[in-house]
Design a protein around this ligand. Structure first.
Ligand code: MRU
Length: 348
């Protein structure tokens, strides 16, 4: 199986399964998620991760929650559905796609007047979101590919590829489309501590697509940029604000600042479902993950016993260092508020 045919999420006959990303690149195997609780656990424990993919899996999670809702009373059914929607949304607070997708499925319940029709309506909506996200990835690729030139080396951080989406990717969609158009592109992937999404997932996807990729440790990014061997930085995003602030995996900010210093263009690529045009940067909740992700490596403690760790999962890159935002509707540039608003008011 190649990364091109990777299907990070499957919904077949009402059964949800996902690739367990914690096992990659050693083992490519699917895990079945049979209940909304199992979906929440899979998202929290990073079996599924990547903003758009979490959104789609969360949407199906809400469909699965109907198994617990056994009532003929529509108000009661919606009340219970709300509780499960909030439970799903609470699993990862920073990315915006999860809330967006779960709310969309929840809101679909308003067009139904009997609990017996809920399953069909909610499933329809979740499947629609999944189809749209795949289509968006293709469009991000189309809009972003012209930014890359034949022979470019692209530096990326974390995993914004097929495995973070329903397939194809966001940042990696730009790379894939440019290659499909005949350009020769190579990638430098940061390992992305502490969970190594770059080394484990991005390198896995690209190697299987036969796209040249080299891994660097996170702290090598500025040095590599200073050598003039990177032509563009392209990353994904978990939340993009109207101001152009880009929330993405921890470690994106120092890469963006270094890229600005060494005059390397920095792009974020994301579907419009990642945009949050209402929130200000100071109100974005940065997920703080378990200290053990930092204090242990491969099951072995690497810090002294008495020492604690800080583990913010995301950082926020300010618009001054962002060259452009590649979306499925086009590429936004500074001033971002105007540019993003005009893209989102366009039909897709
Ligand atoms: O913590 P993760 O692995 O879910 O973080 C993922 C990222 O930061 C990605 O860059 C982002 O979700 C974009 S995915 C297309």
């Amino acid at each position: 199986m190649t990364a091109k045919s990777l299907e990070p999420v499957r919904w077949r006959g009402g059964r949800l399964s996902v690739i367990d990303q914690t096992l990659l690149p050693v083992r490519l195997s699917y895990v079945r998620l049979g209940s909304v609780e199992q979906v929440c656990h899979a998202i929290k424990s990073m079996k599924v991760r990547g903003a758009p993919l979490i959104g789609v899996v969360g949407a199906f999670g809400l469909v699965l929650s109907l198994k617990h809702i056994r009532t003929w009373d529509m108000d009661e059914a919606r009340k219970k559905l709300r509780k499960y929607a909030d439970m799903l949304i609470g699993t990862r607070p920073t990315g915006v796609n999860l809330r967006w997708a779960v709310e969309r499925v929840y809101n679909a319940s308003t067009s139904v007047d009997a609990p017996s029709s809920l399953h069909q309506r909610l499933e329809e909506e979740a499947e629609k979101i999944m189809r749209e996200e795949l289509e968006s990835a293709r469009k991000i690729g189309e809009h972003g590919a012209p930014l890359l030139e034949d022979g470019d080396t692209v530096l990326t951080h974390c995993n914004a590829g097929a495995l973070a989406t329903v397939g194809y990717g966001t940042a990696l969609a730009v790379v894939r489309t440019a290659i499909e158009q005949g350009k020769k592109i190579s990638v430098i992937a940061t390992e992305t501590r502490p969970l190594l999404q770059g080394a484990r997932l991005t390198a896995f996807e690209l190697a299987h697509d036969k796209i040249p990729v080299r891994i660097i440790c996170d702290s090598a990014a500025a040095q590599v940029l200073s050598r003039g061997i990177v032509d563009k930085v392209v990353v994904g995003a978990d939340r993009i604000l109207g101001t152009g602030h880009v929330t993405n995996k921890i470690g994106t900010l120092p890469i963006a600042l270094s890229a600005k210093h060494y005059a390397v263009p920095f792009y974020a690529a994301a579907p419009v479902s990642t945009l949050d045009l209402r929130t200000g940067a100071s109100s974005v909740v940065i997920e703080e993950r378990d200290q053990r992700e930092i204090l242990y490596f491969n099951g072995k403690r690497i810090g002294p016993r008495a020492v604690e760790a800080m583990n913010p999962a995301f950082d926020i890159t300010p618009p001054e260092v962002v060259t452009g935002i590649v979306t499925d509707r086009g590429v936004a540039s500074s001033p971002f508020m105007e540019s993003l608003r005009s893209l989102t008011s366009k039909n897709s």
